[in-house]
Every structure is written in structure tokens, then in C-alpha cells.
Design a protein around this ligand. Structure first.
Ligand code: SAH
Length: 452
């Protein structure tokens, strides 16, 4: 077996990144764009001792789960890893992934799994889109997406994960750039004005925000651009974001409002949010409501409880729970997010919430040991790396009736659940949710309770 050899492989699994995995003569091969169940011909690109990478050349027998991707550039673009899989198969794959991590890493035998919360329409679910601008080989100004793991732009103004209106907005921006000779930013030279456009839509309110990220503070033809954009139904906010740094970070700190309000509004459940270009907001509001609704159900609130929401971000879960709890405390490391959480709490008239800036693994132990705070329910929604052990041990010491764990990484979830269950908690319910259809990501909501 050597490089450039052609091999025939049956795909049996998908990696964390959505790459197809199959065996050939005892070796494991990773083959991008292959779907579980496919029989494929692939060309060996790289060989290691026990595994290798191969390029998909031909699908010999398509998997029964294989579908024609909706998007013509699905294979080049880095965004959707599993668009070539039927949605049903995507949901089954995600359920299996959560279950097998809980068994393999968490050493749980019986998993109280509920059916995955999928979407009725697994497209057009994103309320936020960020498009880079550049030039193609012929010097034409284009916008689209970075090809997987690179910074070359795949031309595309109609991504099927976003709102249909994005296309109209992008075409207007391109027309304005051509009319006023606005150069796209060039990452290599640091020259050129137009870097990205950020578009956000309020799904419930219909409000739209457009923010142009520029390498400067002013744009030519401002009035013409604003005039063309403001007539789009729902347009609410048009602004500039200043980013003169040579960096991969998309947004700079300064926002200059050009037209309309400096923010749009939207709802998760009954809670209203103000969203500015710099604020964090869940990108799939429909599924966020359903996932956090599950967290609320698991929290089993009667109105009397003291709840801690750790890793609370802008307080989406906190405010969701606050309607049904006596008191909700939120802890989050990013000061701006806490500012948003406080503002959103007062915007919605909540008086039973309190937010702290800091690391969950420092704030909670300190509050518990020095002030003796207590909790009936603790909710955690950590980033991929999961919870710090100091935090988990404090949670165990506090002995809340219930712990609700919302996770975006089922491997670290499994590890943390093992710790909590070795320390007296019982795994009661597990519900995966699909927040990002067409991608390999899966969220999970888990209920643990104190025995007895
Ligand atoms: N439920 C939140 C999102 C949680 S995402 C919402 O709807 O807004 C995870 C959050 O954990 C992020 O906001 C991140 O900034 C925060 N975070 C990361 N490490 C942390 C730590 N050690 N302590 C507290 N918050 C942390």
C-alpha cells in the first residue's frame, strides 16, 4: 500500500469533523465527503502506521442515506459537513454519537435517552451570517465563504443555512462596491476597505441588521448604500464596524451607526433581547427555545427555587428560568455578556436575577464557602472543554436537588457526568437537540438528581 494507490472502502463511521471513516486491509482511512454506508473508491493521500487519509474519487455504491446536497458548493465550503446525508440519518448519527460517548467515556450502561429534538425545516435556520469579501482570479469582487480550513473565498451569496434575504443584501453591497470602486480587504497586504458584512435577522420580529466591517472609519457613497439597503422590508439597523487590525478576528470594537437603531430585537420564548453588532446571540433561535425549554422542564421549577446558571452568557437560560424560579444567579466570564444579561433582565422586567462576572469555578466556590449560598437547581452550559473539576466538586458539596447539564460536546459531557454520578448523583434523562443541522455538531440536555 502506498501513496496515490486507489482503494475501495465501505464507510462505517464519521469523525468529529464529519470525515468518513472506513477500513482497508486493517488500516483505518479518513475520507472527506463520504457518507456512512457509502462504498467508495478513494486515492491514498497520506499514510501513517495504522491509519491514512484518502481522497474521495468515486461513490461506487451510494449509501441509502446519501442525498443530493441542496447547495452546489457544499463540498468546497467548510460550513456544512454532512449535507450529503438525509436529515433523518443526520439525526440518527447525532443520537448515536451522544449515546456512544456516554457509554464509552462515561461508562454508563443504561442511558435514559429521549428522542432527539430535530427541526421541521433543517435549512434557513441561522439568524446571523458573516460574509468575507475578496477578488477572484479575474479581479472580480466576490463574496461567499472560506473554503474549509483556508482563507480562499468560495463565491456564494445564497447559503441555504441563512435567511433568503441575505442574497439581496449582498447583491446590493456588491453593486455599491462596484459603483464606488470600493476595494475588498486583502489579508496579505492589509490594504483594501471592505472586510466582511455581518447580517442578523430577528426571526420573530422580522427586523434586519446590516453591519459592514471595514478597514477604516468612512465609506464612499454612504448615502447610496444606505438608500439601497433601507428599502428592504424589515431593515432596522445599518452600521459600520471599524477593524484596522491585521487579524483573523472579524469584528473590531467600534461601531458607527449609519441609519436606524443601533440594535435589532428578537425573542427566545417570551423573553425579548436587544442585539447589537457586537453582542452574542444564539444563532438558531428556534432550536434554542426548544433546547432551553427542555432545560426548563428538567429543572422542574415550582416558583420557590434558588437556581444557579453557570456559564450563563447573555443570560438566555437564566431569563428562561427566572419566570418560574424564586431567584436565579448567573455566572459568566465575559464582562460584555454579563452587561447584556443585566440589560435584558431589566428590559423584560425581571427583578429576581443577579449576575456575576468571573470564572464559574472561582465564583461558585467562593460564594459557597464564604457566603454559604445554596441552590435547589444548578444549570451548567459550558464551552466544549466542559466543566472544571473544582466547579463539579463544589456543585456536589452544595447538594442541589437537580443538576441540568446543557452541553455542546458529548465527550466532555460524558466525563463530567461520570464525576457527578461517582459522587452521588443519578443520571435521569438525556435529550439530544439539533441546533446546527447539516453540521456534525450536537447539543445535549441532561437531568441529574440527588437520590432519594
Ligand atoms: N447559555 C448561554 C451560552 C453559554 S456558551 C447563552 O445562551 O448565552 C458558554 C459560555 O461560557 C460562553 O459565554 C463563555 O464565555 C463562558 N465561559 C467560558 N469559560 C467560562 C468559565 N470558566 N466560567 C464562566 N463562564 C465561562
Amino acid at each position: 500500500m502506498k501513496k496515490d494507490d486507489l482503494i475501495e472502502v465501505t464507510i462505517e463511521d464519521l469523525s468529529e469533523e464529519g470525515t468518513g471513516i472506513g477500513k482497508f486491509e486493517g488500516m483505518t482511512f479518513f475520507i472527506k465527503d463520504a457518507v456512512i454506508g457509502d462504498r467508495v473508491r478513494a486515492k491514498i493521500m497520506k499514510l501513517k502506521k495504522t491509519y491514512g487519509f484518502a481522497r474521495l474519487m468515486e461513490v461506487l455504491t451510494p449509501s441509502p442515506d446519501r442525498v443530493e446536497p441542496l447547495c452546489p458548493v457544499a463540498r468546497q465550503c467548510g460550513g456544512c459537513q454532512i449535507q450529503a446525508m438525509s436529515y433523518e440519518a443526520q439525526l440518527a448519527f447525532k443520537t448515536r454519537k451522544v449515546e456512544s460517548n456516554l457509554k464509552r467515556i462515561g461508562k454508563f450502561e443504561e442511558i435514559p435517552m429521549e428522542s432527539i429534538i430535530g427541526m421541521e425545516d433543517p435549512f434557513h435556520y441561522r439568524n446571523k451570517a458573516q460574509f468575507p469579501f475578496g477578488k477572484n482570479r479575474d479581479g472580480k469582487i466576490i463574496t461567499g465563504f472560506y473554503a474549509g480550513r483556508t482563507h480562499s473565498i468560495i463565491e456564494n451569496t445564497s447559503c441555504h443555512l441563512g435567511k433568503e434575504v441575505n442574497e439581496e443584501i449582498l447583491e446590493k453591497i456588491l453593486a455599491w462596491m462596484n459603483a464606488f470602486h470600493v476595494e475588498p480587504y486583502n489579508e496579505a497586504t492589509g490594504k483594501g476597505l471592505m472586510r466582511h458584512s455581518l447580517i442578523r435577522c430577528g426571526f420573530r420580529t422580522g427586523e434586519i441588521m446590516v453591519c459592514l466591517v471595514i478597514n477604516g472609519r468612512k465609506i464612499p457613497g454612504e448615502e447610496a448604500l444606505v438608500d439601497s439597503l433601507k428599502i428592504i422590508p424589515g431593515m432596522t439597523s445599518i452600521s459600520l464596524n471599524v477593524n484596522k487590525e491585521k487579524t483573523n478576528v472579524i469584528l473590531g470594537r467600534e461601531v458607527i451607526n449609519l441609519w436606524g437603531r443601533p440594535y435589532i430585537e428578537d425573542y427566545i420564548g417570551e423573553v425579548k433581547y436587544q442585539i447589537s453588532p457586537l453582542s452574542f446571540f444564539q444563532v438558531n433561535p428556534v432550536q434554542t427555545e426548544r433546547l432551553y425549554g427542555k432545560a426548563l422542564e428538567y429543572a422542574g421549577l415550582t416558583g420557590e427555587e434558588t437556581v444557579w446558571d453557570l456559564y450563563c452568557g447573555i443570560g438566555t437560560i437564566s431569563l428562561f428560568l427566572a419566570r418560574k424560579a424564586r431567584k436565579v444567579y448567573g455566572v459568566e466570564i465575559i464582562p460584555d455578556a454579563i452587561e447584556d444579561a443585566r440589560r435584558n433582565a431589566s428590559l423584560n422586567g425581571f427583578t429576581n436575577t443577579e449576575f456575576y462576572v468571573g470564572k464559574a469555578e472561582e465564583v461558585l466556590p467562593e460564594k459557597y464557602e464564604k457566603e454559604g449560598v445554596r441552590a435547589d437547581v444548578i444549570v451548567v452550559d459550558p464551552p466544549r472543554k466542559g466543566c472544571d473539576e473544582t466547579l463539579l466538586s463544589t456543585m456536589v458539596k452544595m447538594q442541589p436537588e437537580r443538576i441540568v447539564y446543557v452541553s455542546c460536546d458529548s465527550a466532555t459531557l460524558a466525563r463530567d457526568l461520570r464525576y457527578l454520578c461517582d459522587n452521588g448523583y443519578e443520571l435521569k434523562r438525556v435529550c439530544p437537540a439539533d441546533m446546527f443541522p447539516q453540521t456534525v455538531h450536537v447539543e445535549t440536555c441532561v437531568l441529574l438528581s440527588k437520590p432519594g
